[in-house]
Design a protein around this ligand. Sequence first.
Ligand code: UT7
Length: 400
Amino acid sequence: MTAQRYAQVAGWGMCVPERVLTNHDLEKVVDTNDEWIVSRTGIRERHVVANERETTSTMATRAARAALMVADLAPNQIDLVIVATVTPDHSFPSTASLVQDALGAAKAGAFDLSAGCSGFIYGLVLASGYISGGYAEHVLVIGAETLSRIVDWTDRNTCVLFGDGAGAVVLSAADRPCGVVSSVLGSDGSGGELLIMPAGGSRCPTSHETVSNGDHFVKMNGSEVFRFATQIVPKATEQVVQKAGWQLGDISLLIPHQANSRIIASAAKRLAIPAERLFVNVDRYGNTSSASIPIALCEAIAAGRVKAGDKLVMVGFGAGLTWAAAAVEWGRPVPTKPQPWLRRTLASLRFAWAAFRSPGLRLARHGYDLTLGPEGREDWRGQLRKRVDAWRRKHQKPGA
Ligand code: UT7
């Protein structure tokens, strides 16, 4: 009989852009004020990218490096990279593939996951099942967003709400019960138009008209999403707790999606979760969609609010409409000191190597055809290419 496998959180990391946009900064951009934003949302400031060099993949990569460092893993030990995002660098290739390349995770598969603000939990649950099924040892799950690039900075209904950032965890195989104990994943596509970016997909491809209508920006029916959220967060939390065989009183820390402090407070009240068992940081980051829960998790760990044996519930909701909750039993003690300098140096060298590896692979791909010519030539270059191709087929691993 095969032994039962579990998936524990072995590493975590986050990255937010340095640039901070306060509510007072926004007062200069749209007709709004700090008092309205704080009282209706709890948000005081958010981080936003400062230039085109900062993207979803660059933030995701930095968060992932930090997570690998905590897990003390080399990038080539990762079997799978999942990036949950609604703001990928491109429609394709996936942001996950860009992250895999930037990390030098040469043996990993990679794909993006689109489930709105619930995406990170969807990824966590998927990764956990993949590991417990015996298909992987280590999986990177990342939630990353550059929402500042898809909000309409003239629409006060939405632009004050969102922020940019990334959070990552490494899930690793474990042989004793821990990690994701139960999960709830849900979707109600009939509410799709309540939170949507109408243009840019196959239904409504980008055109001059879609751009002039602003259809490439986030559109949201705030009050409807608010109503949905206040119902679904407590419901999904109750369901996931019941599936785990826990009581609500067993929850050590509830980490809800950070969209609005009123939604969080309403859910906490209904669930009778006191402030000391609730994590809130929406005031400093705004709504970072799929990044909000992993960022909150990292901050909760840094604040000493997570320890081995704790029972965590993470719960999200968002575009789709989707919702997701995971009950997680924390397996590992949280390290109190950073990794020794030798390990940190080694990790930095690996990341530096990845930075060379990627352009090297690109150069090799172009240089190969340039020097040996296309396939099928009859001259000496063609003959040489035939031999090299045969050798490569025999010896090289894909992606190497
Ligand atoms: O990640 C998941 C996705 N999103 C969410 O979870 C968002 C869920 N919804 C919400 O958080 C809230 O509905 C909002 C924060 C978006 C809005 O709060 P609300 O209490 O539902 O306000 P409202 O939409 O009912 O608007 C009230 C008023 C309106 O003025 P009138 O029509 O009553 O004169 C708005 O025009 O507030 C006005 N308003 C603003 N005023 C100042 C809307 N945005 C602003 C603003 N500054 N930024």
